[in-house]
Ligand binder design. Sequence first.
Ligand code: ZN
Length: 427
Amino acid sequence: MFRRLSLIFTLIITSQLATAPVAQAIWNRDDVSVTNETYWYDNYIAETCSTSGGTSNNTEAAEATLSLTEFIDKYAQAAFTIGKQYGIPYEAIIAQAALESGYGRSLLTRQYNNFFGIKAGSNWTGDTVTLNTEEVINGQTVTVSAKFRAYPTAEAGFAGYGQFIHANSRYAAALNFPGDPAKYITAIFNAGYATDPNYVSKNISIQQAVIKYIKEKNLFPPSSTVTPDASIPSETTGTTASNCPSTSGQASAEIDWEHIYDDSTAIACADGTTDAGIHDGYHDGKLIKIRLCAIPNFPCSNQECNQFGDGHAVVNSRVSGALFKLITDAIAYRDSSANTWGNFDIAASSTFRSMAHQEYLWAKIGPPMAGRPGYSYHQTGLAIDFSFSSNTSAGMYKWLLANGEKYGFYELKNPREPWHWDVRGGV
Ligand SMILES: [Zn+2]
């Protein structure tokens, strides 16, 4: 019978965690047996997984392990190598990696080779993955979204840790102890790496098991006898393939609602539409990279349509298939004998908008008719302003009223803009 010693890790997370570099707050659900104790590890929730930057297929998934010794067998070489390169005692690195990855079992580790829960700050230029995590804040379990670094291989993940420690001057004092894992981890803790008051004692207890096992198997010399390399390697980030569900491939006429506001750079434009490049999109005030696609049978007159779409509507690749089908079907109806509304224009006055354009409209028109910069659905490439303007007797408006929702597009009702259709659901 496996008993959980849940009192081992009682974490008190305060608001200061917001600036801490490490997500070490989530010790729940699963547990990992180490010697006689049970360590709880972070539970990253996969449902809101999204990546940015990754398009290659060279990601190797890290392997989860079931015990500390198995973890050492698999990853000690990577820890030893970067320990020597960066002047960090490898025993402490193994202990940190084992503890924070749940022996390689966390989603962040298995899929993105991030063993240390290192978040992607503004200086990070490599790939990222956004995951929801459960954290305990003031005694309440809450779900928060955080952007983490993503690495193509386990070795890159360990190297990323060395780079991270070196790049942050707050950890400079810890680098005075390349041969003393206990002093190193104490200095790391004192610099604010973790807020768990028992972080040092937990790490050191794992270190001791690491040291014992490595000595027994004669795997590596102790760090106290290892001379660090003269210079640290230059930073390499590599490219990480997206391992999130439904974040790559080609758009179809079916909208992937679950990921509608996620980075769409890995989504290829739907058949029949034309790639119009990767651009800065915004949703809910946050920058997201989006791939735009030009809809060839849908003329559009605004600056972005002219600049990126050769005079055609440009929309987020995630809705390129749905919009192309909508326009194609509307044209087919208009040109068919079933049409009782006479000939009508099928054109747009605005689709995707740049931040500069939205800021201009905000200054000129303001709310409610212009969306706040960073919040307009035009900025995610998920909205269309049709050229019939407020003419609700226009054939295209009548066609949209009868059919738009079937394709996933809804009229903006508040404020009412009959010309504006987007994916938000008609609110
Ligand atoms: Zn609009």
